[in-house]
Design a protein. Structure first.
Length: 234
């Protein structure tokens, strides 16, 4: 019997190339993820999905051809002029134009074989709130580093159990320091978006609301190491 492995991914990262709210150059996102012990990342820009060609060019410029960089996106939804929450989408190449309804996103993504995950559902702005109970979603971001609340995490984990939904955690990184602070633990390596969709559907993952083992230690060491020849810290 093959024992499951431990592979850590941050599935919610924005870069400055396609998300104006982010200050992370995409090459730096990859470098930081590798340094902090992640096995892969997903780029989830607002209303934009990286093409496979663009991802390969990025990996080549970052010098990390074998490091998994997955393409997803984050979509804001609304209904009747009311904002109804943000969704993470994986495994799709086409998304509806905003403003769009939750069900519209789910239908289009599911028709392409992809999955939809509720992003930071308890956030005051951009959270789905009670919509989570009726939406055709596949999973829930039960822990988000930018919206840290352990009570919310416990409630969302209970909802996932009741509704048979996948549960993930992620950084929702907009700055380099946030990358890998929360992540998802998979039982096997995820190389492609299809691998990711399959793993989440089969529930061979669980939320990991902290950095990968050793990742925080490496981050703190790099943050406070001495500058050469100065004897001072950064």
């Amino acid at each position: 019997m093959v024992r499951p492995g431990k592979y850590f991914y941050d599935l919610h990262i924005h870069t400055s190339r396609h998300s104006p709210c982010s200050e992370i150059p995409p090459e730096m996102a990859i470098a930081a993820a590798r340094k902090r012990g992640l096995h892969g990342i997903a780029l989830t820009e607002h209303s934009y999905i990286w093409s496979s060609e663009e991802v390969e060019e990025l990996k080549a410029s970052a010098g990390c051809g074998s490091f998994p960089v997955l393409a997803g996106c984050e979509i804001s939804t609304e209904w009747d002029g009311r904002r109804t929450g943000d969704l993470l989408v994986f495994g799709a190449t086409e998304i509806p134009e905003e403003p769009c309804a939750i069900d519209e996103v789910c239908r289009m993504v599911h028709q392409q074989g992809g999955i939809v995950i509720a992003a930071h559902p308890r956030a005051k702005i951009g959270g789905m709130g009670d919509e989570i109970h009726s939406a055709m979603i596949d999973g829930v971001e039960v822990a988000n580093y930018r919206y840290r609340n352990t009570d919310d995490t416990r409630r969302l984990e209970a909802i996932c159990s009741e509704m048979d939904l996948a549960a993930i955690a992620s950084s929702d990184a907009h700055s380099v320091e946030e990358i890998g602070k929360f992540c998802v633990l998979f039982e096997k390596m995820i190389h492609t978006e299809r691998d990711l969709v399959k793993a989440i559907r089969e529930r061979i993952c669980r939320p990991y609301p902290k950095p990968p083992p050793g990742g925080l230690r490496r981050f703190m060491r790099d943050r406070f190491k001495q500058k050469p020849g100065t004897g001072t810290t950064r």
